[in-house]
Ligand binder design. Structure first.
Ligand code: SF4
Length: 267
């Protein structure tokens, strides 16, 4: 009882007893024996029960009922057969309608012999059942914890796997982005080189064009200079000739005047 941390509830079923064992079971709950001081409660609902207490042998009619009640009790559960009839069929064993003890239908954990079984032995059987119940409870709890741990490990592994996959994807993405950046850089470098080449070509062509222009301008200036020089030379030559012309003109005029005077004298 020390190691039992839960108030055990039990359900009592009278299979086909002579009521002798049933009275002893009820006596256990009465003030004289008072099992309720240990937290043991006799419940009517199999789904609330931890211990299945059966009195009397199992017959053909109630075998299914015993099985049904047993199935309704949640795990972990313990079965206690109280009285000789519940253990083996007892004095009714040879009857045409009796199957035998409770273990002919469901597994029995504790056998409490006696016809009728004494309350002390019933309480002793129930205490034994509590030990079995606690052991099963611990095993079930351990199994549940193990299952939970396995599930958490699985979840952790799945999470780690997902993280690793995400990391790998991110790395791949980064690599592809890096490759793309490198490609873009290369393409930009190529384009820059092309532009540089084109600029150099343009500069060269512009330089050539400038040189040509310079040459043509130089030629033109030379020509102009030549022309100017020629014009200057002409101009320099002109003043020497002009006076002679004037003289000629004057001479011509004087000659004309002389001729006119002669004509007048003749008249
Ligand atoms: S064991 Fe005895 S007292 Fe208990 S049910 Fe059977 S005949 Fe009755």
């Amino acid at each position: 009882m020390k190691d039992f941390h839960k108030s055990p509830w039990l359900i009592h079923y009278d299979a086909s007893s002579c009521n002798g064992c049933d009275i002893e079971v009820l006596a256990c709950t009465m003030p004289r024996y008072d099992v309720e001081r240990f937290g043991i409660i006799n419940t009517g609902n199999p789904m609330h029960a931890d211990i299945f207490l059966v009195t009397g042998g199992v017959n053909k009619q109630n075998a299914a009922v015993v099985k049904q009640i047993y199935d309704q009790i949640p795990e972990p559960k313990v079965v206690v057969a109280v009285g000789t009839c519940a253990c083996t069929g007892g004095i009714f064993k040879e009857c045409y309608n009796i199957n035998g003890g409770v273990d002919t239908v469901i597994p029995v954990d504790v056998y409490v012999p006696g016809c009728a079984a004494r309350p002390e032995s019933i309480i002793d059987g129930v205490v034994k059942a509590l030990g079995i119940y606690q052991k099963r409870h611990d095993e079930l709890l351990a199994a549940l914890n193990e299952a939970e741990e396995m599930e958490s490990e699985k979840a952790k592994k799945a999470e780690e796997k997902a993280k690793a996959e995400e990391k790998a994807k991110a790395e791949e993405k980064a690599k592809t982005e890096e490759k793309l950046e490198k490609k873009e850089d290369k393409a930009e470098a190529k384009a820059d080189k092309k532009e540089e080449k084109a600029d150099k070509k343009e500069e060269k062509t512009e330089a050539k064009a400038d040189k040509k222009e310079e040459k043509t301008e130089a030629k033109a200036t030379k020509k102009e200079e030549k022309k100017e020089e020629e014009a200057k030379e002409k101009e320099e030559k002109k003043p020497e000739n002009k006076p002679s012309n004037n003289n000629n003109k004057n001479n011509n005029n004087s000659n004309k005047k002389k001729k006119g005077k002669k004509k007048k004298k003749k008249k």
